[in-house]
Design a protein around this ligand. Structure first.
Ligand code: 4AD
Ligand code: MG
Length: 439
C-alpha cells in the first residue's frame, strides 16, 4: 500500500507503519560514507532521519544542505537509546527525495542568532526559521487564540474595524498620515471609537486589529505597528472595568498554560509565575507619592510631579520593585485623551486605568468613556480637536447614550511579559519601527 502522508505532530500515532513526510532540513551529520543523520522539521515537530548506504551516496545526498525541503519515506520509531533529538522520533528512511534544494552551506549566514541585530532584522525572513523565533511565533498564535476564546466564553462578539481612518484617538503626535485619494487620512491608533458604535447592536464587543503609532524614538517596547486587543462594554462601572482587565489577563494565562503548548512558556521563561487575583490597585496619586518618597527620577534627573504623566523609566522601576501586576488608576485628565470620563468627586482625575507588569511596564490602557454629549464636546475643545470628522462618534451620545468603558491591550507587550523578552521586536514576525519597514 502507498504510505500515508503525515505531519510530524501525528508521528507517535503512526509509529510502526510506513509513512511519507515533507519537511525542511534543520541539521545534517555525515558519518563516513555509509551513514547520514538528517533532522527535519515540518512546523509541527521534528524527526531524526537515518539514511544508510546508497541513500547517502547519491548526488542529492552529497549536496544536501540545511534549509532544503525534502520528502522522506520509512517507518518511524522511538529514538534509540543514547541519542538526544527533539521529539524523540527517528525514521529508518527507505526512500527520499529533494523537493527544493538549498545552496551549498545552507542558510547559516542568513540564519545566525549571533549576528548584529540589524543584520538579523535584514534577514528576518530566514531568522523566523530559527528554533527560538519559531517557538515565539507559535506562542503568538496560541495566545491570540486564547484571547479569542476568552472573549467568546464571556459572550462577546468580534468586530473587524477599519484601519484607514480620519480620526485620532490617542493624540496627534503619533499619527501616520496617508494620502487617501487626495484626502487626508490616518492609520488607526486604536479601534476604540468604532467598538463604541456597535455596543447598541452587539453588546459586549472586542477586536484584534493592527494599530499604528508614529513613535519617533527607538525604544525596546514601542513599535510603529502592533496588534491591539481591544474590548468595550456597555452599562458597566469603573470597578467592573478593572475586574474585567484582571479577569482577561488571568484567564488568558490559564488557557495558554493548559493548552497543548503551555510547556513552551516555561521553555522560554523558566521562572514564569501565573498572576493571581486580585491585582494590587494603586491610585495615580499614591504612585507619584511613592516615586517621590523613593527619589526615583525621570530620565532627565528630576522627580515626577503630581498632575503629569509618569514616564516609562520611573514606571518600570516602580513595577519591578513591587514585582507584581499593578492596576494604576485615576490618572489626571491632562494626560488622558479627550474621551476619558472624569471622576465624580475629583473632576481633574479620570476613571482610567493602566495595567503595569514587571519587566515590561504598561500592557493595558483603559477607561470609562465620557457619555454625555456636552461633556464630550468640552473634551474635544480642551484637546483642540476639530469635531467635524467625529459627528458619528458624537451621535452615540445622542441616540441612547449609556455609561460604558473599555480597554486596549498590546499583544506584543503581553508576549514580552509572558515569554520574558526584553526587546519587543523579538515577538513580532516583521517588526516595524523608525528606520525599518523591510522585509
Ligand atoms: O494606552 P493606549 O494608547 O490606549 C488606547 O489606545 C486606548 N484607545 C485603548 C482602548 O481603550 N480601547 O494603548 C493601549 C495599549 C498600551 O497599553 C500598550 O500595551 C499598547 O497598546 N501600545 C503599544 N504597543 C506597542 N507599541 C506601541 N507603540 C504601543 N502603543 C501602545
Ligand atoms: Mg496608555
Amino acid at each position: 500500500p502507498a504510505p500515508t502522508k503525515i505531519k510530524l505532530r501525528d508521528a507517535v500515532k503512526t509509529r510502526g507503519t510506513r509513512v511519507k513526510i515533507f519537511g525542511w532540513v534543520q541539521r545534517i551529520s555525515r558519518i563516513g560514507k555509509r551513514l547520514m543523520f538528517v533532522i527535519i522539521r515540518d512546523g509541527s515537530g521534528f524527526l531524526l532521519c537515518v539514511m544508510k548506504n546508497k541513500l547517502c551516496q547519491t548526488y542529492d545526498a552529497l549536496t544536501l544542505a540545511t534549509e532544503a525541503a525534502i520528502c522522506v519515506f520509512g517507518v518511524i520509531s522511538q529514538v534509540s537509546e543514547g541519542k538526544t533529538v527533539p521529539d524523540n522520533h527517528e525514521m529508518a528512511v527507505d526512500f527520499w527525495e529533494v523537493i527544493g534544494a538549498s545552496p551549498a552551506g545552507g542558510a547559516k549566514k542568513l540564519l545566525n542568532e549571533e549576528a548584529h541585530p540589524d543584520v538579523q532584522l535584514d534577514n528576518r525572513h530566514m531568522m523566523l526559521r530559527g528554533e527560538n523565533t519559531a517557538k515565539i511565533m507559535k506562542m503568538r498564535s496560541v495566545v491570540t487564540h486564547c484571547f479569542r476564546e476568552h472573549f467568546f466564553s464571556r459572550g462577546y462578539f468580534e468586530l473587524q474595524p477599519p484601519t484607514l481612518v480620519q480620526c485620532q484617538v490617542e493624540g496627534g503626535s503619533t499619527l501616520f498620515k496617508v494620502d487617501y485619494f487626495g484626502e487626508e487620512a490616518y492609520l488607526t491608533q486604536s479601534s476604540q471609537l468604532y467598538l463604541e458604535t456597535v455596543m447598541p447592536s452587539m453588546g459586549d464587543v472586542f477586536c484584534m486589529a493592527q494599530s499604528y503609532r508614529a513613535e519617533v524614538s527607538r525604544t525596546h517596547r514601542n513599535l510603529a505597528e502592533y496588534s491591539h486587543v481591544e474590548a468595550e462594554c456597555p452599562f458597566i462601572n469603573f470597578d467592573e472595568l478593572m475586574d474585567k482587565i484582571e479577569d482577561l489577563v488571568c484567564d488568558v494565562v490559564d488557557r495558554v498554560l493548559k493548552s497543548p503548548f503551555g510547556n513552551i512558556v516555561y521553555e522560554l521563561n523558566p521562572d514564569f509565575k501565573a498572576p493571581k487575583k486580585p491585582f494590587r490597585r494603586m491610585e495615580y496619586k499614591s504612585a507619584v507619592a511613592w516615586l517621590r518618597k523613593n527619589k526615583i527620577t525621570k530620565d532627565n534627573g528630576t522627580l515626577c510631579k503630581y498632575g503629569e504623566d509618569i514616564p516609562e523609566t520611573p514606571e518600570r522601576i516602580m513595577t519591578d520593585t513591587f514585582n507584581e501586576p499593578i492596576l494604576l488608576f485615576r490618572l489626571p485628565s491632562k494626560v488622558k485623551s479627550f474621551y476619558a470620563q472624569r471622576c465624580q468627586d475629583r473632576r481633574r482625575l479620570t476613571e482610567s486605568v493602566d495595567l503595569l507588569m514587571p519587566n515590561v511596564g504598561e500592557i493595558v490602557g483603559g477607561s470609562m468613556r465620557i457619555w454625555q454629549q456636552e461633556e464630550l464636546e468640552e473634551g474635544f475643545k480642551r484637546k483642540g480637536i476639530n469635531t467635524e470628522n467625529y459627528y458619528w462618534y458624537i451621535d452615540q451620545r445622542k441616540y441612547g447614550t449609556c455609561p460604558h468603558g473599555g480597554y486596549g491591550l498590546g499583544l506584543e507587550r503581553f508576549l514580552c511579559w509572558l515569554l520574558n523578552r526584553y526587546r519587543i521586536r523579538e515577538v513580532v514576525p516583521y517588526p516595524r519601527f523608525i528606520g525599518r519597514c523591510t522585509p
